[in-house]
Design a protein around this ligand. Structure first.
Ligand code: A2P
Length: 275
């Protein structure tokens, strides 16, 4: 469940979602249509990905009820100033063909960019929430100090923080802080951009369990209570990545996967992002 903003209303987020990072717009419609047809109901996109229109076409043509879908998008780095944020949010909604978005995130913190204040951007996000056109707001790639700053300045806690997270980067400190503050943790690059699937311990565990390495890793996220958004452009992989309810990792297996932590990132460090 997600909570934030004014009414204290709760909304449920499907724990398994479909990530669309690096899926070009002209392939996004097909990929998302396929993902929806194999059972995903939570789709994660971003202004930065340039594929909101393709995602929107898939939503418009899938035949599923709007209420059955959970759609996330994210504010791009050049759009942090109030006017740009409001305008780009409108553009996202037009591209996605939606009246109401489920979740809108600040994609990167941009803590040190001159003239752009984290708390000011977060205030604009609150304004968007209060307009009723988004059901929850949150952030992505925020470090503890960023979270503390925006909460202190506005009194509004982000519903989620979406961060790079996989067994090579288990993010213990942030996960503990999120638990304390009531923030839902979402894992991006949950498969470490596919690299986790080649780690010998993971391959061996998958063989023992009679499942695929990707299923082992996705199951690890789910059992940790994380929201997880694996990406694939192949139907069989999408489908297999979603078939993770038929087995369970033991406490020992969970601990063995936790022990793979090396603090290794596949993406940018949040403190080194500029507009
Ligand atoms: P592809 O899109 O060609 O299927 P992450 O979600 O951590 O960013 O990882 C995504 C990467 O992992 C993509 O390169 C994707 O490739 C690959 N991938 C996703 N699911 C599987 C799977 N079940 N088996 C093998 N590779 C996968």
């Amino acid at each position: 469940a997600l909570t934030n903003g004014t009414g204290g209303a709760q909304l449920s987020i499907p724990q398994l979602g479909f990530g669309t990072y690096k899926i070009p717009d002209d392939q996004a419609q097909e990929a998302v249509t396929t993902a929806l047809s194999v059972g995903y109901r939570h789709i994660d996109t971003a202004q930065m990905y340039g594929n909101e229109a393709g995602v929107g076409r898939a939503i418009a043509t899938c035949g599923l009820a709007r209420d059955d879908l959970f759609i996330t998008s994210k504010l791009n780095n050049p759009n942090h100033r109030r006017d740009d944020a409001l305008r780009s949010f409108d553009e996202s909604m037009r591209a996605l063909g939606l009246d109401v978005l489920d979740l809108f995130l600040v994609h990167w913190p941009l803590a040190d960019s001159p003239g752009i204040d984290l708390a000011e951007t977060w205030s604009t996000m609150i304004e968007i929430l209060e307009s009723g056109r988004v059901r929850a707001i949150g952030v992505s790639n925020h470090q503890p100090e960023h979270l503390r700053r925006i909460i202190e300045a506005t009194g509004v806690t982000p519903a989620v923080n979406q961060i790079e997270l996989h067994p090579r980067l288990i993010q213990s400190e942030l996960r503990e802080l999120h638990a304390e503050l009531g923030i839902v943790t979402e894992s991006w690059s949950p498969l470490g951009r596919g690299r986790m699937l080649e780690v010998p311990d993971v391959v061996e565990m998958a063989e023992q369990m009679g499942v695929s390495p990707a299923q082992v890793i996705i199951r690890w996220h789910l059992q940790h209570g994380l929201v997880v958004i694996p990406k694939s452009t192949h139907r069989e992989r999408m489908s297999c990545n979603a078939e993770v309810l038929g087995f369970e990792l033991s406490a020992e297996q969970m601990a063995a996967l936790d022990a793979l932590d090396r603090g290794e990132r596949t993406g940018s460090h949040p403190d080194r992002v500029q507009v």
